[in-house]
Design a protein around this ligand. Structure first.
Ligand code: PM9
Length: 461
C-alpha cells in the first residue's frame, strides 16, 4: 500500500461557536474535589476542564437545530412542534403513539405505572439506575437476564448486551408469563460499558416472548449507536443504513422509553412510545399528572423541534461513524497504554475497570468513586462512577448491591471535544495509573435514599 492510498477521516462538521474553558491548578482541584465530598456530581462545572461525566444533554446542537429552536410554538396545547416530533418519530422509529416527557425517567415512570402491578417481574439486559428504580417503585422486581459475558470486562464478545435466552426462559418458567408485563431491552447497555444487542438476539427474544404473549419494551436511548455496531459487526447488515437498522430494531418491539438527551443530540427531553391503543390512552392520561399535557409532556415547543431535527441527524451514517469513531480512538489509546478497560470499547464512552486498576482496594472502599476523584485532581477531567455506589442497596435487605463491574465511565459528549482532548485524557489516565498503588479508598459519610450516586458524600480513609 502506498502512502497515497491512506484516507484518514474526520468529523462531518465544522465548528462555528466555542465555549471557553477555565484552566485550574492541581491545588485548586484537590480543594474542589474535597469540598465536593469526592463525588464528581457535586463539582461546579466551571471547575472542570474536560467534562466526561455524561453524554446526557451535553451534545453540541447543529445550526439546523438552533434555527429550529427559533420556530418554537409555545402554545399550551397542540403545538406544531409536537406534530413535527411525532412525524420524525414515526418516520425513523415507526411506533404508533407518542407521549413526550421532560426526559427519559419521566417516560420510565409512566410506563412502569401503566404496565407493572405489585409483585410483577421485569426481566432486562442489566439494570439501569432510573429504570430499575421506577420498576421497583411501581411494585415490580427487576431480574437481570443479560449474557454472562457482559459481567466480564475482558470478554471480547461483539454483542455483550445480548439477552441469555435460557435465563429468560427460566424466569418465565419460574414466575409464569402472567407475572411478566414486559421484557425491558436496552440498546445499548449503559452499565455493561455501552455494549450493543445483536439483531439476531432481539429476534430470538421476540420469538420466545411472543410464544408466551409477553411484550418487549425497548430502552432506545442509544439506539443509533447500537445500530452502528450491528452495521459494523453483524452478518448481513454491512450494506444497510443506520436509519434502516434503527427502524428494524423498533419493529421487533411493542414500545419504548427514550431519553432524547443522548442519541437525539438535545439538551433536554424524552418520550414514551407505544403501539397499543389502550396502554397509550392510560399513559396519555397519567402524563398530565406528572409531566404536562400529552402534546408537550414537560418539554417546551422549541425543545421538541430541536429533538425532531436531532433524531434525523442521529441516524446519518457519517455522523455515527465519527461519533463512535472518537470513542474507539480513545479506547485504542488506553489499550496501548495497558489500562484495564471494558472490551470491546462501547458506543458512548470508555469504561475503566476500577477493580483491576486498584486491586488493593475492597469494593466497599469504593474504588471507582476514588478513581474518578483522582482523575479530576490530575487534569480537571470529570468522569462518573458506575459501580457499587451507582448500584445502591437492595430495598428488602438494606445491603449494598455488589455489582461484578466496578467501572469509571469516561463518557464522550457528541460533537463537543476534539481528538487533542482525547490525547490529553489518555495521558492523564496513564499518569494516575503510574501512581495507582498509592491511592487509598473512601468511606461514605452521607447517603441519600434514592439514586445515591448523585448526591452521596465521601471522605478519605
Ligand atoms: N443516563 C447517563 O449519564 C443520565 C443520568 S445518570 C442516571 O448515562 C438509559 C440507558 C440512560 C439514562 C440516563 C436513562 C434516563 C434511561 N436509560 O437521564 O432521565 O442512560 O433522560 O434518562 C444518564 P434521563
Amino acid at each position: 500500500m502506498s502512502k497515497l492510498d491512506k484516507r484518514s477521516w474526520a468529523e462531518p462538521f465544522k465548528i462555528k461557536m466555542v465555549e471557553l474553558l477555565k484552566m485550574t491548578t492541581e491545588e485548586q482541584r484537590e480543594k474542589a474535589i474535597k469540598e465536593a465530598g469526592y463525588n464528581t456530581f457535586l463539582l461546579k462545572s466551571e471547575d472542570v476542564y474536560i467534562d466526561l461525566l455524561t453524554d446526557s444533554g451535553t451534545s453540541a446542537m447543529s445550526d439546523r437545530q438552533w434555527s429550529g429552536m427559533m420556530m418554537g410554538d409555545e402554545a399550551y396545547a397542540g403545538s406544531r412542534n409536537f406534530y413535527n416530533l411525532d412525524a420524525a418519530m414515526k418516520k425513523y422509529y415507526g411506533y404508533k403513539y407518542l407521549i413526550p416527557t421532560h426526559q427519559g425517567r419521566g417516560a420510565e415512570n409512566i410506563l412502569s405505572q401503566v404496565m407493572i402491578k405489585k409483585g410483577d417481574i421485569v426481566p432486562g439486559n442489566m439494570y439501569f439506575t432510573t429504570t430499575r428504580l421506577h420498576q421497583e417503585l411501581a411494585g415490580g422486581t427487576f431480574v437481570d437476564v443479560i449474557i454472562d459475558e457482559a459481567h466480564d470486562s475482558e470478554n471480547p464478545h461483539p454483542f455483550k448486551g445480548n439477552i441469555d435466552l435460557n435465563k429468560l426462559e427460566a424466569v418465565i418458567k419460574k414466575y409464569g408469563a402472567n407475572k411478566i408485563p414486559y421484557v425491558c431491552v436496552a440498546v445499548t447497555v449503559n452499565l455493561a460499558g455501552g455494549q450493543p444487542v445483536s439483531m439476531a438476539n432481539l429476534k430470538e427474544v421476540r420469538k420466545l416472548t411472543q410464544k408466551h404473549d409477553i411484550k418487549i419494551m425497548l430502552d432506545m436511548t442509544r439506539i443509533a449507536e447500537n445500530a452502528y455496531f450491528i452495521q459494523q459487526r453483524e452478518k448481513g447488515y454491512a450494506r444497510k443504513s443506520i436509519a434502516a437498522i434503527v427502524k428494524e430494531i423498533c419493529s421487533n418491539t411493542d414500545g419504548a422509553t427514550f431519553s432524547g438527551k443522548k442519541d437525539a443530540l438535545v439538551n433536554i427531553g424524552g418520550f414514551l412510545v407505544l403501539n397499543d391503543k389502550d396502554a397509550y390512552e392510560e399513559a396519555s392520561n397519567l402524563v398530565v399528572v406528572y409531566e404536562g399535557l400529552h402534546t408537550y409532556g414537560g418539554m417546551a415547543g422549541r425543545d421538541m423541534e430541536a429533538m425532531a431535527i436531532g433524531i434525523e441527524e442521529s441516524v446519518q451514517d457519517e455522523h455515527m461513524k465519527a461519533r463512535v469513531g472518537q470513542v474507539l480512538y480513545l479506547g485504542e489509546m488506553m489499550k496501548k497504554a495497558e489500562i484495564p478497560i471494558v472490551q470491546p470499547t462501547g458506543g458512548h464512552g470508555v469504561f475503566i475497570d476500577a477493580k483491576k486498576f486498584l486491586p488493593h482496594l475492597k469494593q466497599d472502599q469504593f474504588p471507582a468513586q476514588v478513581l474518578a476523584a483522582e482523575l479530576y485532581a490530575d487534569a480537571g477531567i470529570r468522569t462518573m462512577e458506575r459501580g457499587i455506589v451507582s448500584a445502591g442497596r437492595n430495598a428488602k435487605t438494606g445491603d449494598h448491591y455488589f455489582p461484578k463491574l466496578e467501572l469509571v465511565r469516561l463518557t464522550i459528549p457528541r460533537r463537543v471535544y476534539t481528538q487533542a482532548h482525547m490525547d490529553v485524557i489518555a495521558e492523564s489516565v496513564e499518569r494516575v495509573y503510574e501512581r495507582r498503588t498509592k491511592i487509598k479508598g473512601l468511606k461514605m459519610i452521607y447517603e441519600p435514599k434514592y439514586l445515591r450516586f448523585f448526591q452521596a458524600r465521601f471522605s478519605k480513609l
